[in-house]
Write a protein that binds this ligand. Structure first.
Ligand SMILES: [Zn+2]
Ligand SMILES: [Zn+2]
Length: 187
């Protein structure tokens, strides 16, 4: 039986996410792709980004055991270069969508998800136990839905809001736009 969970409390959003969003609204650099109208001020200390229209999205892990559907809008989309996100993904950065209002319904495989929380931190990652794919997770007692963008099979109408934790990026992660691009595999 699919089970829906609706996070609803922005006030309990993890402090670091609030900090990131709050600091994002102060950032003025060419890396920001959202327009100023995409993040109206809500309260003095926390500004909520709402650049995605309500929509239904679906996704799955690599092996197809975990399947889910998300209804609602994403608040923000960050590319995080911190060391924990690099470990999580084995890549240069994580690409996570955040929502405090969207609803997730598990079509299958919810019991095949493991969530690992780094001790003494707020950092956690949910993944399929069979294939290791990153899958959505509810954090902060269900108040915040975190969705790895790569887990979605449907298109999204929100662009990344910012690269974050760039001071922590890998040594090789710079000027990547200068690296040759190929449509397929090399050779
Ligand atoms: Zn899987
Ligand atoms: Zn991170």
């Amino acid at each position: 039986m699919p089970r829906a969970h609706r996070p609803h409390i922005w006030a309990s959003t993890p402090l670091h996410v609030k900090d990131v969003i709050s600091s994002f609204t102060r950032i003025r650099s060419p890396t920001i792709v959202a327009t100023p109208t995409a993040f109206p001020a809500e309260r003095g200390h926390a500004k909520k980004l709402r650049s995605s229209m309500p929509h239904t999205h679906h996704g799955a892990c690599q092996c197809g055991t975990v399947r889910f559907e998300i209804s609602g809008a994403f608040d923000c989309f960050f590319l995080c270069h911190c060391a924990r996100c690099r470990k999580d993904t084995g890549s240069a950065h994580a690409a996570n969508l955040f929502s405090t209002t969207a609803t997730i319904t598990w079509a299958s495989g919810q019991d095949n998800i493991t969530t690992y929380k780094v001790p003494n931190t707020r950092h956690e990652k949910s993944f399929c136990r069979t294939c290791g794919s990153a899958v959505p997770g509810l954090q902060m007692d269900g108040a915040l839905l975190v969705v790895p963008a790569g887990s979605l099979d449907s298109a999204i109408d929100i662009r990344p809001n910012a690269h974050i934790c760039c001071a922590d990026r890998a040594g090789w992660d710079s000027n990547l736009q200068d690296v040759p691009s190929m449509d397929g595999l090399p050779g």
